[in-house]
Ligand binder design. Structure first.
Ligand code: IDP
Length: 140
């Protein structure tokens, strides 16, 4: 089934010059880029995007990580892209993510800080539609 999902290249990915490599991996897999924007995240947008995490003790660290510098928000499309991008991206903790995944290859985490894992990917088709509406209100 053709679906869309939201990819975010997080500030550490942009700062370290990984955006091009990440897009190359997406295209190599055969997914299409539908929309792409470089944007400075705000606490307001992050409270919506990470609504399930707002009450967590580490939420302030997520806000400071994600607002450090601009991110690149991307809508991609393809067959089973939600699950497919989650598998290209790798698991949350970079130290546990498999080599060959974006997080496994580029991620790192620092004790006491947010987990800096380079990219975001929606966790279900419903989350993807919800998140696309947050980051691309004109396209939803
Ligand atoms: P996901 O990005 O792999 O779907 P989530 O559990 O939805 O993982 O967490 C969202 C983001 O919050 C993670 O990608 C990571 O940057 C950050 N995060 C998750 N768990 C922790 C934690 O225990 N401490 C600090 N930051 C975390």
């Amino acid at each position: 089934m053709t679906e869309r999902t939201l990819v975010i290249v997080k500030p550490d990915g942009v700062q370290r010059g990984k955006t091009g490599d990440i897009i190359r991996r997406i295209e190599r897999k055969g997914y299409c880029l539908v929309a792409l924007e470089m944007v400075q995240a705000t606490e307001t947008i992050l409270r919506e995007h990470y609504a399930e995490l707002v009450e967590k003790s580490f939420f302030p660290e997520i806000v400071s990580y994600m607002t450090e510098s601009p991110v690149v928000a991307i809508i991609i499309e393809g067959e089973n892209v939600v699950e497919g991008w989650r598998s290209l991206m790798g698991t949350t903790m970079p130290t546990q993510a498999a080599p060959g995944t974006v997080r496994g290859d580029f991620g790192r985490d620092w004790p006491g800080n947010a987990v800096k894992n380079v990219v975001h990917g929606s966790d279900s088709p419903a989350s993807a539609e919800r998140e696309i509406a947050i980051w691309f209100p004109n396209l939803a």
